[in-house]
Design a protein around this ligand. Structure first.
Ligand code: F6P
Length: 369
């Protein structure tokens, strides 16, 4: 594990998040400055597992030129996939049927055959769980926490979250005037999976009147009452932010697509349901806006860009120091290292006793309970 490093590889897995390119730039430059060679794997691990899909090469050499001028760009120059779990690879079996195969040994073999000493894995819960298992199999690995959802444990924040919240807040600011002009209820559905971070933070910052998050099962009657009370004192419009993973006290999460091998279930559709429910209860004209993947696109905010650059540089320092099986994390004002085993498979939900949630209540925002 502690042999000197000469060559490392980077991969980006799961949904893209603003800041990925900044991490790639920081890792590449910090590695080159140490005399290491830096490689980039295309589309998670697909560049290694499916080389036939990449006529230009599934693994590319990253140079100063490759990473010049990319820190402010959204997406990832390496590409990514959220169907790329090497431990559960949908594969055609010799008898022609489809099966799920563990192809991780091929990854380990590739690293050894090409003298790649370590992997920097940039991803969310799924990718970091994979990274942790690869570490347990003997690969030298450092993880970097990415997700707009901010649902990774052991780090104050993930890069991508601030950009998503800033964009959602801007959208909410814009919706106030149109909602007010038409005396409407506007329901805004935001991503976040089973955590309400994006909904809560953007909802408070964007002056929403109602916020529904997965951590608090909601009662639509309560929210409708809140809207009617606002009407009664002359505030004849309302903005409601809905986290996609929220669910009614007597119902379930809205799932668009069931999970399958190597791919998590896809959420969505709650905004429409809430809008219909509110219109029926209040009689008010109601519209839905689904922000969806707009939250993931565009340039990272300065906060996310800086966090991503710091994470990338810190990942290289960790490898230089002989660390493996760790994730870089923000423990403001410092970047620290935490064991991947303490992050893998865990989710950071919005704490019900936290001051942010309390702030929403103190501001009179209805949380549906
Ligand atoms: O985890 C990031 C995220 O954007 C979630 O907020 C959302 O539920 C999911 O990914 C969407 O995934 P896809 O890109 O497969 O639609």
């Amino acid at each position: 594990m502690n042999s000197p490093i000469r060559r490392i590889a980077i991969c980006t897995g799961g949904g893209d998040a603003p800041g990925l390119n900044a991490v790639i730039r920081a890792v590449t430059i910090a590695a080159i400055r140490r005399g290491w060679e830096c490689l980039g794997i295309r589309d998670g691990f697909n560049g290694i597992l499916f080389p036939e899909r990449y006529p230009q090469g599934g693994v590319i050499r990253l140079t100063r030129d490759t990473v010049r001028g990319i820190a402010h760009l959204g997406g990832t120059i390496l590409g990514t996939t959220n169907k790329g779990d090497p431990f559960h690879c949908p594969t055609q079996l010799p008898d022609g049927s489809m099966g799920v195969v563990d192809r991780s040994p091929e990854l380990i073999e590739y690293f050894s055959k090409h003298a790649i000493d370590a992997l920097v894995s940039i991803g969310g819960d799924g990718s970091l769980t994979i990274a942790n298992t690869l570490h347990q199999m003997g690969l030298r690995v450092v993880g970097v926490p990415k997700t707009i959802d901010n649902d990774l444990d052991k780090t104050m924040t993930t890069f991508g979250f601030d950009t998503a919240v800033s964009f959602a807040t801007d959208c909410l600011d814009r919706l106030h005037s149109t909602a007010q002009s038409h005396q409407r209820v506007m329901v805004v559905e935001v991503m976040g999976r089973y955590a309400g971070w994006i909904a809560l933070h953007s909802g408070i910052a964007g002056n929403a009147h109602g916020i529904l998050i997965p951590e608090i099962p909601f009662d639509l009657d309560q929210l409708a009452k809140h809207i009617q009370t606002r009407d009664a004192y002359g505030q004849t419009y309302s903005i409601v932010v809905v986290g996609e993973g929220a669910k009614p006290c007597d119902g379930h999460t809205q799932v668009l697509e069931q999970n399958e091998a190597g791919h998590a279930e896809r959420l969505g559709g709650l905004g429409e349901l809430v809008a219909r429910g509110l219109q029926a209860r209040t009689g008010k004209d109601t519209r839905v806006v689904v922000l969806g993947h707009l939250l993931r696109g565009g340039s990272p905010t300065a906060f996310d860009r800086l966090a991503a650059l710091r994470f990338g540089a810190a990942a290289v320092r960790a490898l230089e120091d002989g660390q493996s099986g760790v994730m870089v994390a923000l423990a403001f004002p410092n970047v620290i290292y935490v064991p991947l085993s303490e992050v893998a498979g865990r989710m950071k939900a919005v704490p019900l006793d936290g001051d942010t949630l309390q702030t929403a209540r103190d501001l009179g925002i209805c949380l549906g309970d």
